[in-house]
Design a protein around this ligand. Structure first.
Ligand code: ADP
Length: 260
């Protein structure tokens, strides 16, 4: 393929003089594409053998034969860790798909209240034994133009994070409203909160404030990177406000052009 990637920087010096610097970034672009393809291919190739491993682990645990308690614990651990790997591979594949997908988002009208209601029900189930209060405040008339499955994953990542990082019995609110600037969806919690120096880095892949704690909660470290990419595809942006020890608010802002 003979196409080239060029980057221009123009500096104006007054009296019509200007300096134009042209950089050929083709090599950089190709390397980046190779990195993305490599991650996507490896994730894809690892998925099948892992499915087989999880399948056998489940079969062994379901067997009626008596089993040494130490082995039983080992099998449980192996199953749990293999499932973590599956989640990680699924998230890596989703990110790769989002990064490589330059198709425009579908112009289908989405009932956003319905989507948030189903995400909130899933979160209730996830929190079943932890007693979180999950409030939903939305207007059934609000509709948005855009892809549903992806958008749902972005909202559920935000709501599941609120559950993960909020202690038992904590409060979580999901709100959706519209104004002249567009449609807004916020997920707030009264959980651990995040110190200011981490906020701008949270959407980087694998960035975690406290990696041992986050690993225990079963996350992959890719949730907010996925949210950022899904929103980018929708021309939307993510705003994060948080106070350590008080709680956090993650808000998705969709421009008015996506109102339906
Ligand atoms: P993870 O799988 O670790 O949850 P994410 O990309 O979803 O990965 O989030 C990145 C990090 O941001 C988390 O590890 C956590 O430190 C922080 N974080 C995300 N959501 C919240 C929240 N609601 N409250 C406090 N910290 C959060």
């Amino acid at each position: 393929n003979a196409s080239a990637w060029l980057q221009y920087t123009i500096t104006h010096y007054g009296q019509g003089e200007r300096l134009i610097v042209v950089r050929d970034t083709t090599r950089l672009h190709n390397l980046e594409q190779m990195r993305k393809d490599f991650v996507a291919n490896v994730s894809h190739e690892l998925r099948t053998p892992l499915t087989v491993v999880v399948g056998y682990l489940e079969t062994l645990q379901d067997s009626d034969e008596p089993i040494n308690p130490r082995w039983k614990r080992a099998l449980q651990q192996m199953e749990q860790q293999s499932k973590r790997m599956q989640n990680l591979l699924n998230d890596l594949l989703m990110l790769a798909r989002l990064e490589n997908d330059d198709r425009a988002v579908e112009k289908k009208s989405v009932d956003i209240s319905q989507m948030l209601k189903s995400v909130s029900q899933d979160a209730q189930a996830l929190s079943a034994e932890r007693g979180h209060q999950i409030h939903l405040d939305t207007d059934p008339a609000i509709r948005l133009l855009g892809a549903d499955a992806e958008l749902r994953s972005a909202f559920s990542n935000l709501v599941f994070n609120a559950v993960k990082y909020t202690s038992d019995q904590g409060e979580i609110s999901i709100r959706c409203w519209q104004d002249q600037n567009g449609t807004h969806v916020s997920v707030s919690d009264n959980g651990t909160g995040i110190a200011p120096e981490h906020i701008s880095r949270l959407t980087e892949r694998f960035y975690r404030v406290d990696s041992s704690r986050s690993t225990n909660t079963g996350g992959t470290g890719l949730g907010l990177a996925i949210v950022k990419h899904v929103l980018l595809r929708h021309g939307a942006r993510l705003e994060i406000k948080s106070t350590l020890g008080t709680g956090s608010v993650f808000t998705c802002h969709f421009p008015a052009s996506r109102d339906a």
